[in-house]
Ligand binder design. Sequence first.
Ligand SMILES: Cc1ncc(COP(=O)(O)O)c(C=O)c1O
Length: 402
Amino acid sequence: MSQFELVQYKRKKGTKKNLDHLGLNAAKKAQKFHSSFDMYKETPLVSLSSLSKELNVKNIYVKDESYRFGLNAFKVLGGSFAIGNYIAEKLGRDIEELPYHTMISKEVKEKLGDITFISATDGNHGRGVAWTANQLKQKSVILMPAGSAEERLYNIQSEGAKASITDLNYDEAVRLANRYAEENGWVLVQDTAWEGYEAIPTWIMQGYTTLAYEAYLQLQGVKPTHIFLQAGVGSFAGAVQGFFASVYGDDRPVTTIVEPNAAACIFQTAKAEDGKIHPVTGNMNTIMAGLACGEPATVAWEVLKDYSDNFVSCPDYTAAQGMRILGNPLAGDEKIVAGESGAAGFGLVSEVLRNPELDWLKKALGIDENSVLLFFNSEGDTDRDNYRRIVWDGFYKRTDMD
Ligand SMILES: Cc1ncc(COP(=O)(O)O)c(C=O)c1O
């Protein structure tokens, strides 16, 4: 069996999920909120022209989220916007009346009283929630799945959170966080959704649109032909997909959702095509820790099923290869420090374009010399030990998998 699997959806005519909540106006609102933060700076959109010549495509763009707020990943965009909206709702205000300095003010804290935010996370989302809670002088509790990196735990604890690594997988940790929230009156800020828990995850997705909107502006009218989005529960992919599908309508770029073989729950759900969510269970052993999630977020799947074109499940070595290529640029290109989940989309395509055995996939994805490819490096080296093992010591090569 191939280590690469593809499911393709034909573009639908007729009624599709409404995208107003992820469209231009929604994204402008989220970006306005984030830009009120002192540490806000748009992250770079890097054009890799030497590499695009080498790989025989027209251009390769990488939006580098390792620069986001000094937190090394995009995730804070979601947690902060969700918490901002939660507070706005509590105070009976609109988020537009709650820019950063108002939100963290003494006056707001006094009105709110003490709140504990809780979340389950492999690290990046938890760091964003803990960071936001810290800014608000509120408490946070973060539960991490078994096998989470010590460095990620430490970074969350450094934001004042009560954080621990559990012996559960991601989805089980989410259920435990939900139970603690109910038992203790804490606020669950979870980056995935299920029936009955969709308001906060929708705000989280809206928060992610900031990075899509920035990329759209940075592209200065250049429309990518292809967008590649890595997925855990799919909230990130759904948000970015939703934004670009809303902006470009029927002329939207071809979008491919990328997941590791060990945790390809969106892929399995797409493949079954029976209107139901198809979870993946077990320990989901993959180097792409941020993508090691077994249950698609309902609010994300609603978008992905109507607007995404391709769903690909791929082996771990592709992400490792992506990290090495981005970290060792050709002359004239900028270096990008990409973590395992961050490099997933790019890693898949680098392999598809370099490995003749994957010509079938290149053709199916419709990539050729006129293609303009857009990727999102969703995290930097959030686990530096593993980054070095992969980039310096060359762990996880294609040949290891033979
Ligand atoms: C770095 C990184 N990239 C991508 C994702 C995927 O996001 P989602 O779970 O919304 O699909 C995550 C999730 O934690 C992540 O940490």
